[in-house]
Ligand binder design. Structure first.
Ligand SMILES: [Zn+2]
Ligand SMILES: [Zn+2]
Length: 121
């Protein structure tokens, strides 16, 4: 589903090419995920990716250590219900008056439609 895909966000863990420091960026759209390693200054040593002068003319970028799809990390249920949803493409995905968790819910049930969507993605 196109709209669900556009809403998808990612957690990106980068390692600085200059100092090896690791830093994390959350809630990124995919455009940002592909752009950040090439443009984000390192928060530790302020190294800024880019083209280096020199014989190799190499382009320095931060290393991508980890990239996680955040969609599965959010669970929503309506205020009154006790069924948890975790796929934004679900026809019952709560859009208003919902409670949101960013961890696995300990109480309540997981929606079957969400499970089916998760297995297909
Ligand atoms: Zn650095
Ligand atoms: Zn659902």
């Amino acid at each position: 589903m196109a709209t669900a895909r556009n809403l998808k966000t990612w957690t990106l863990v980068l390692r600085c090419y200059a100092c090896d420091g690791k830093f994390t960026q959350r809630h990124l759209t995919f455009d940002r995920v592909s752009a950040l390693p090439r443009m984000l200054p390192c928060p530790f040593c302020t190294a800024r990716p880019g083209r280096r002068d020199g014989p190799s003319q190499s382009v320095e970028t931060h290393h991508v250590v980890d990239l996680e799809d955040e969609t599965d990390h959010f669970y929503r249920k309506t205020m009154s219900g006790d069924m948890w949803h975790f796929a934004a493409g679900c026809s019952n995905w709560p859009l208003e008056d919902f409670i949101e968790l960013d961890g696995y819910p300990v109480r309540g049930e997981l929606c079957n439609e969400c499970r089916a969507l998760a297995n297909f993605s």
